[in-house]
Design a protein around this ligand. Structure first.
Ligand code: FE2
Length: 364
């Protein structure tokens, strides 16, 4: 493979702008099993925001809320509700990442900067992507503090057990009509990603609605960003519903890997996470469709876990309902057993389940 001009070591953190970070942090601890890691706010000298950083295995989630109405964070929240602001990526050299991406047309959102404290230095820079989402490049090889300068360790006496979530598998963006290919080109030209899979409206359509999707991957496959756009259907597609209620383009779902989906989903459900349900008939001919699997069918059926197979193996997956009142962002829980794909065989059953939810909301 030729020279990767933007080597990435994975997702460093994902930041959500939310209406009440203190309460959102409680939700992600209680329901998803994230652990308290770091905090920044008035107590650490930050005047305009409070940020809570949570961790579970290799996944870090930052929840940020504005402290005043006169703030870009407040503007963002007023428009979009809770949603992803930052998809931060781990790099060896944040200054070089900025140079390489901006010279290829990336629009800067953060000029390269070095933050230091007693634990070393974190270098960072950033560029804009679709909607109001940004990619921040984080270089932390010379840092051994809890998160990064400006944050203090967040000590909490409330520490619910983890649920087996391991790392970010992929993050999906919803973009507007005819905007998928321009953003595919952005990831190719500016970030050196490759289009590894494509789905058109024939793959992803039900009686009512349709979408198109292209999966972009960086060189080593550690970072994958599928990009969706709506397609013409009889009714409003799920991507259109998202765009309407998010009031623009944004991150649709974050897929989190587990090594034991049955245990993880059981734990999440018992802690109040709500999942989409497919009809039990999905399981009637499942093994005919996907071939032999190691798991017992009964728990999969009971929990509503979906299975799909590709040339390299199979995967198990399940999707939450949106985690806000707006029908916008949700999570996917995924366990890969060789498969590198995204569950195309489940699209129809899944989208019918989404449409039932859309109909309940009066948005179909
Ligand atoms: Fe996904």
């Amino acid at each position: 493979m030729n020279n990767d001009f933007l080597p990435l070591n994975g997702t460093d953190y994902i930041e959500l702008y939310v209406g009440n970070a203190k309460q959102a942090a409680h939700f992600y601890k209680t329901a998803f099993g994230f652990q308290s890691l770091a905090y920044a706010g008035p107590e650490t000298g930050v005047r305009d925001r409070a940020s809570y950083v949570l961790v579970q295995n290799k996944m870090r989630l930052m929840l940020t809320t504005p402290l005043h109405s006169n703030s870009p964070i407040a503007d963002h929240h007023k428009k979009h509700g809770d949603g992803v602001k930052t998809l931060a990526l781990m790099v060896d050299d944040a200054y070089q990442a900025f140079e390489e991406t901006t010279k290829r047309g990336g629009k800067p959102c953060l000029e390269p900067v070095t933050l230091t404290d007693d634990h070393g230095e974190v270098r960072m820079s950033g560029i804009h992507t679709y909607g109001e989402v940004v990619h921040i490049f984080i270089e932390r090889k010379n840092y051994n503090g809890v998160f990064m300068p400006g944050f203090k360790k967040w000590e909490s006496e409330y520490n619910p057990a983890p649920t087996g979530l391991l790392y970010v598998d992929h993050c999906v963006g919803n973009v507007g009509w005819n905007q998928m290919n321009p953003w595919v080109k952005f990831y190719e030209d500016v970030m050196g990603f490759k289009n590894i899979l494509s789905f058109d409206d024939k793959d992803i359509s039900t009686e009512y609605s349709a979408l198109m999707s292209k999966v972009m991957s960086n060189g080593n496959g550690f970072v994958k960003f599928p990009i969706n756009e709506p397609a013409e259907g009889k009714r409003k597609s799920q991507v259109e519903e998202y765009l309407e209620f998010y009031e623009g383009e944004g991150t649709q779902h974050i897929a989190i890997a587990t090594a034991d989906i049955v245990t993880t989903v059981k734990a999440l459900m018992s802690r109040g996470v709500e999942f989409l349900k497919v009809p039990s008939s999905y399981y009637d001919d499942l093994l005919d469709r996907v071939g032999p699997i190691e798991e017992d069918l009964e728990p999969l059926k009971e929990l509503g876990i979906l299975v799909d197979r590709d040339d390299e193996g199979y995967l198990l997956q399940l999707f939450t309902k949106p985690v806000e009142d707006r029908p916008t962002m949700f999570y996917e829980i995924i366990q890969r057993k060789g498969a590198k794909s995204f569950g195309k065989g489940n699209f129809k059953a899944l989208f019918e389940a989404i449409e039932r939810e859309q109909a309940n909301r009066g948005n179909l």
